[in-house]
Write a protein that binds this ligand. Structure first.
Ligand code: PGA
Length: 261
């Protein structure tokens, strides 16, 4: 049986400059250091995604095993691409993970599934791991199109990604209407859709590969609903926006998930 780790990833979005980043890690590291069992727990993966400018500082401040993650990455390695950041630049900071296709990059920066596919191919070519965001809009949810939308997104984004790379991918299911809204699907719906995502991955690759792939849920996760969500079958972790800005709440979620196991 394949046993997947539990993943807890915080996305700071456009928050936390230098002073706040330093302050955050001072508090967060102190909390982590107070729980050696958590610190040494190999079954837990936790990480934070600061904005590009705070990435380097965060890599200096973080203590092991906290991972520092990029919020996005270019689909090309270098050249005339004003404003973009490449995988090799992230690797200079020893960053191995990048979120791609977050709905806010789709909404404000025009990122499409085809672009997310190109980003994913480039991330794997650089021996990094993508955290691929997918999710339906409120309209699509209301019109019962969620499964169709998710299946299409998965198929397009994973095009030309071989089985070996695919097995390392992290898929974050984030209903657009749940992000930052305080609303979440029911636990049953989350379980049903995580199961559907796993089934879609099985049909694209095979059972063993699909079982190795990590599925996260994101959208209005907080310190009260985190454990119930992560306990759902096929949910391997959480992608947390707003609440990850509070080191105490983010730590509490990690600790509660650890205590739950
Ligand atoms: P939220 O954001 O936790 O603030 O809803 C989630 C996300 O955008 O990843």
């Amino acid at each position: 049986m394949i046993k997947r780790k539990k993943y807890i990833i915080g996305n700071w979005k456009l928050n936390n400059g230098f002073a706040e980043t330093t302050k955050y890690f001072t508090q967060f590291n102190k909390l982590l250091n107070s729980d050696k069992i958590l610190l040494n727990n190999k079954q837990l993966f936790y990480g934070l995604a600061p904005s590009y400018l705070s990435l380097a500082l965060a890599t200096k401040h973080k203590i092991s095993p906290t991972q520092i993650i990029a919020q996005d990455v270019a689909n090309v390695d270098k050249g005339s691409y004003t404003s973009q950041v490449s995988c090799s630049q992230l690797k200079d900071l020893k960053i191995k993970y990048a979120i791609i296709g977050h709905s806010e990059t789709r909404k404000y920066l025009g990122v499409t599934d085809a672009i997310v596919n190109a980003k994913a191919i480039n991330v794997f070519a650089n021996k990094m791991i993508p955290i691929i965001c997918i999710g339906e809009s409120l309209d699509e949810y209301n019109n019962k199109l969620t499964k169709k939308v998710l299946a299409n997104q998965i198929k397009t984004i994973l095009q030309n990604i071989d089985i070996l790379n695919a097995s390392k991918a992290i898929i974050a299911y984030e209903p657009l209407w749940a992000i930052g809204s305080g609303k979440t699907p029911t636990f049953e719906e989350i379980a049903k859709l995580a199961g559907f995502i796993r089934k879609t991955l099985t049909s694209l690759y095979d059972d063993t590969t699909a079982k190795q792939m990590v599925i996260l849920y994101g959208g209005s996760v907080n310190e009260n609903n985190a454990v119930s969500i992560i306990k759902q079958p096929n949910v391997d972790g959480l992608l947390i926006g707003g609440v990850s800005l509070y080191p105490d709440k983010f730590f509490k979620i990690i600790r509660d998930v650890k205590n739950e196991k």
